[in-house]
Design a protein around this ligand. Structure first.
Ligand code: NAD
Length: 493
């Protein structure tokens, strides 16, 4: 990957129409290390035209062909594991142990998974007749626009791209401005795998120009979006002009409920993982902790001492488990919430500051931060902070815990910790969210549907349900008899 990247349109590398560029900054040291074209509406037009041209032939190929190409792409991603992982760590700051051990292998898994399940996609025959054959078929939508966030730069693209292209769509991908490089490289690997030019186009540019031009574009049949809830609302309103369907995977403020009978050590382990994985920059991160009063003190003590041991530092070092936040303005936003929490009744139990080691002094690092004695009326307990900052709340009864957990505008995920599986299941039914884990948090895989409710959005990524997101159901009716046997024609006589 050269420091001066171009964008991929119709299988060719191009500059933006305006020739403007945007810097990509390493959040671990604040230094620019690459640049990408700053695309705008003209580039979107070009990318959509390339995708439109490529779509009929791609959709016309047998599913087995597209599936085999995805399998090849999956293998290429595995072959380039280290290169892709380093690139993602450089552009986004995730520790190399995470990008090598999870993000990039998960990208390969998703290509492989969708290559497999798409071959099992079926329609239905419907019980009308016997004078006709009535059936449904699944058809691609056409050109889809995929707009993705920076917190898992490669995986968020692959979640959508794999389902979209295997079903015969072509796509225009717009990765996040601050971390666009892995998406460009995956686009290049797609070409190498045999994806025809124009099927995967990757353009880079600001959401306010390139992103909005995609949402408004007449020839884009659907927008698959993952990002902030405020952006999702804006996209939803813009999409209404062309009555464009949008898939919205938005923000979260996820509850972590520890009942009186929970295995406390297991819950503490889950809490550290759920709260601080990817420096808390996870839509499903546990950020609101509701702990039964009988074990609140013990939980808080053990949680804080476990979180204190996390190694925060240079994400390129294998021993680092928490890297920096992804960019400066985001770090500043998280710090503003921390300052506000410090001024509230909440009690700072851990962190609340920038780590000050030689590895962290120039980057956008925030230490793991835990506030105790919190309540839901504090703004930082309602807004998605998207950083390594959590608040602990005591509760007395299960009903109170449910009410607190549901007291949010989001509905993405949550977890319940209890030794009684019946209680766990019943609580899972009462928490309003797209996913509820019992005795686990942040357990997401290609087989399981992902998506929320309320201001966390709608639609599903991953699982067989993602195939439905990128296909439309068409009903086909074939008359088998003709003439007077058609029962309804007689009604006009
Ligand atoms: P963001 O909304 O700022 O940006 C996401 C993408 O949208 C970027 O590519 C951006 O350039 C583009 N964009 C911005 N404004 C746009 C506009 N007006 N029109 C079209 N496109 C526009 O989000 P972010 O800061 O990159 O990502 C963090 C957010 O993503 C968090 O809220 C997080 O919870 C959410 N997220 C959700 C999921 C999920 O599955 N629900 C997964 C990951 C991240």
């Amino acid at each position: 990957m050269t420091p001066e990247q171009k964008v991929l349109i119709g299988g060719k590398w191009r500059e933006a129409a305006t020739a403007e560029r945007m810097e990509v900054i390493n959040p671990a040291n604040g230094k620019p290390f690459a640049s990408v074209p700053k695309c705008g509406p003209k580039d979107v037009d070009r990318a959509v035209a390339a995708a439109l041209e490529a779509q009929p032939a791609w959709a016309g190929r047998p599913m087995s062909d597209r599936s085999k190409i995805l399998l090849k792409l999956s293998q290429l991603v595995r072959d380039h594991l280290e290169e892709l992982a380093k690139l993602e760590t450089l552009e986004q700051g995730s520790p190399i142990r995470k990008t090598m051990g999870m993000d990039i292998p998960q990208c390969a898994e998703h290509f492989e998974y969708f290559a497999g399940i798409a071959r099992g996609m079926t329609g239905e025959t419907l019980p009308v007749g016997p004078w006709c054959a009535s059936m449904t078929v699944r058809e691609p939508l056409g050109v889809v626009g995929l707009i993705t966030p920076w917190n898992f730069p490669a995986l968020m693209v692959v979640w959508k791209m794999a389902a979209a292209i295997v079903t015969g769509n072509t796509c225009v991908v717009k990765p996040p401005s601050i971390a666009p490089l892995t998406s460009l490289r995956i686009g290049e690997l797609a070409l190498e795998a045999g994806v025809p030019p124009g099927v995967v186009n990757v353009i880079t540019g600001p959401g306010s120009t390139a992103g909005e031009a995609m949402v408004r574009h007449q020839d884009i049949a659907k927008i698959g979006f993952t990002g902030d809830s405020a952006t999702g609302k804006r996209i939803m309103s813009l999409a209404s002009d062309t009555v464009k369907p949008v898939g919205l995977e938005l923000g979260g403020k996820n509850p972590f409920v520890v009942l009186a009978d929970a295995d406390i050590d297991s819950a503490v382990e889950g809490a550290v993982w759920g709260a601080f994985f990817n420096s808390g920059q996870v839509c499903a991160a546990a950020s609101r902790f509701y702990i039964h009063e009988s074990l609140y003190d013990e939980f808080a003590k053990k949680f804080v001492s476990a979180a204190r041991t996390l190694r925060v530092g240079d994400p390129m070092k294998a021993e680092t488990v928490m890297g920096p936040l992804a960019y400066k303005e985001h770090r500043d936003k998280v710090e503003a919430y921390i300052d506000e929490a410090k001024k509230s009744r909440a009690k700072l139990l851990l962190g609340g500051e920038r780590p000050t080691t030689s590895e962290t002094k120039d980057g956008y690092f925030v230490a793991p931060t835990v506030f105790g004695d919190c309540s839901n009326d504090m703004a930082f307990m309602q807004d998605e902070m998207f950083g390594p900052v959590v608040g602990l709340v005591r509760f007395k009864t299960t009903d109170e815990a449910i009410a607190l957990a549901n007291d949010t505008r989001y509905g993405l995920s949550g977890s319940v910790w209890t030794k009684d599986v019946r209680t766990g299941l019943s609580m899972a039914g009462r928490i309003k969210a797209g996913t509820v884990w019992v005795n686990e948090h942040l357990c997401i895989s290609c087989e399981t549907p992902w998506g929320g409710c309320k201001e966390s959005g709608w639609g599903k990524d991953a699982s067989t349900m993602a195939l439905e997101e990128y296909t439309m159901t068409k009903h086909i009716y074939v008359d088998l008899m003709g003439g007077p046997d058609r029962p309804w024609y007689g009604m006009l006589k």
